[in-house]
Design a protein around this ligand. Structure first.
Ligand SMILES: NC(=O)c1ccc[n+]([C@@H]2O[C@H](COP(=O)([O-])OP(=O)(O)OC[C@H]3O[C@@H](n4cnc5c(N)ncnc54)[C@H](OP(=O)(O)O)[C@@H]3O)[C@@H](O)[C@H]2O)c1
Length: 212
C-alpha cells in the first residue's frame, strides 16, 4: 500500500522504516524536510514530502504528530487529501505539563477522546486508533518472551479496521478491536499507564497482552 505518515518524530520514522521493511511504499510528511535527512539516507526507498503532499500520496495515512497539534497537522494535510482514506491515529492527547509522580497529563476528559475530536472535524476520513499505547521502539515486530503483545484498536469503519489488522499482523501484533471511536476514551489513557514504568524505573520495553 502507499503509506503517508504525517510526522518526523520517533513514531513516524520507526513506522516508516517498518512499513518499508514490509514492502509498502512510504512517504513521511513534515513542515521541515531537513529534519528527515538522516531517515532519508538510511531509507533511500522512502520519500520525504510536505504534510499535504504526503496525504495526497497516501492510500493509508498515519498520524504521528504531537497530540496538541494533531488537528493543525491534518488541516495542513488538507481535508480533500484525507477524504475517504484510512487514518491510523497513533497520537495521544498529552499536555505540555510535566508528569505528576510519573503520571502524564491529558487535555481530554473521560467522556471524549482526541480521536473522536479528529473524526468529528475530518468526518470523511476513516480513523482507526492504533500504535498509541506502546513505545516506538516496540512498534515493529517486537520480540517478547511472553509472545505476541496485544494492540488495542477502535474506529467507526469496519473495513478500515480490517486493513489496519492486516498491517498489525505484519508488524507482529495480536489485534484487539474495542469497537467504535468512543473506545478511544479507554485506549488513549493506556499511554499514561504504559509510560509509568518508564518514568519510575527507566523501563520502556514492555507491552500489554490480553489473556483469556
Ligand atoms: N514516542 C513514542 O514512543 C510514542 C509512542 C506511542 C504514541 N506516541 C504518540 O505519537 C505522536 C508522535 O510522537 P513522536 O514522539 O514521534 O513525535 P512528537 O515529538 O510528539 O511530534 C513530532 C511531530 O509533531 C509535529 N509538530 C510539532 N508542532 C507542530 C505544529 N505546530 N504544527 C504541525 N505539526 C507540528 C512535528 O512536525 P514537523 O515535522 O513539521 O516539525 C513532528 O512531525 C504523539 O502524539 C505521541 O504522543 C508516541
Amino acid at each position: 500500500m502507499k503509506i503517508g505518515i504525517i510526522g518526523s518524530g520517533l513514531v513516524a520514522t520507526t513506522l516508516g522504516s517498518g512499513f518499508l521493511k514490509h514492502g509498502h511504499d512510504v512517504a513521511l510528511g513534515t513542515r521541515d524536510t531537513t529534519k528527515l535527512a538522516d531517515w532519508a539516507k538510511e531509507n533511500p526507498e522512502g520519500r520525504v514530502l510536505s504534510f499535504s503532499e504526503t496525504a495526497k500520496f497516501a492510500e493509508v495515512v498515519v498520524l504521528a504528530v504531537k497530540g496538541t497539534v494533531a488537528a493543525d497537522a491534518l488541516r495542513a494535510a488538507g481535508q480533500a487529501n484525507l477524504a475517504g482514506k484510512i487514518v491510523i491515529d497513533a497520537t495521544n492527547p498529552i499536555t505540555e505539563a510535566p508528569p505528576v509522580n510519573s503520571v502524564l497529563n491529558f487535555f481530554t476528559s473521560h467522556d471524549d477522546s482526541l480521536m473522536e475530536k479528529l473524526q468529528r472535524e475530518f468526518s470523511s476520513a476513516r480513523f482507526v486508533k492504533a500504535f498509541n499505547s506502546v513505545g516506538a521502539s516496540c512498534m515493529v515486530n517486537p520480540q517478547f518472551k511472553g509472545g505476541k503483545p496485544s494492540m488495542f484498536i477502535c474506529g467507526n469503519d469496519d473495513a478500515a479496521k480490517k486493513t489496519v489488522t492486516t498491517v498489525l499482523d505484519q508488524f507482529g501484533w495480536e489485534t484487539e478491536d474495542m469497537g467504535s471511536a468512543e473506545a478511544a476514551r479507554a485506549i488513549e489513557p493506556l499511554c499514561i499507564l504504559w509510560c509509568i514504568p518508564g518514568f519510575r524505573n527507566n523501563d520502556w520495553v514492555h507491552a500489554f497482552k490480553v489473556l483469556r
